[in-house]
Unconditional design. Sequence first.
Length: 226
Amino acid sequence: MKKGYIDSVYCGSGVDGRGLRCVVFFSGCNLRCPFCHNPETLYKRGEEWTAEALYARLRRYKPYFKRGGVTLSGGEPFLQKEFLLDLAARLREEGIHVVAETNGQIADEEILRALDGVIADVKNQGSDDLSAYRVFLDACEKAGCPCTLTNVLVPGKNDTKEKLQGLAALCGDRGIKFLPFRKLCEEKYKELGIPFAYGQFREGEEEDIRRAYSVIDPYKKGDLAE
Ligand code: SF4
């Protein structure tokens, strides 16, 4: 049985998918986004778990989920494929709704088929090449896995008209949920002794989000209902 490396588990989130959720933060990521909110998941190995043991822990919260469930996050959960498949299968068999938060770089249909939905964050802060996300969205469609797109809007970095139009082209008819850039993670960087490269940018405000929707299309507002 393949073991998983987990940084932490947080129960009580209302922002990581529909309803009230337990969020499992997987350790390790294939990217190194300079604005990463969870740098501790990138540089620490995490605690070793079997899918069976983690499932037993999560199942205890089932009465509290109601319309919610479990969100596999990180880090990049798709990197620990066997463990994810094992854990998701156990949870879904118990009737628990399972979604994953991903960077959308690993278009694995087998994983997507094992989930009730996926939330893919488009990282367009540095590069304008969004081709990997097109491949990912195609894989979601083939696997029948509902995908919600999100994007961390960093004022002065990726809220230009050109960047937003690039996103609109990627979205097509689907919605996107903009998330305001936050700097709450600065303390974590200090603890890890790593400079926080996005310290120079200001945090996002409601007005920034409104402006972004007015540029791409006010009807493209996504929600995390899958
Ligand atoms: S993909 Fe997510 S977890 Fe990985 S470095 Fe980027 S923001 Fe952090």
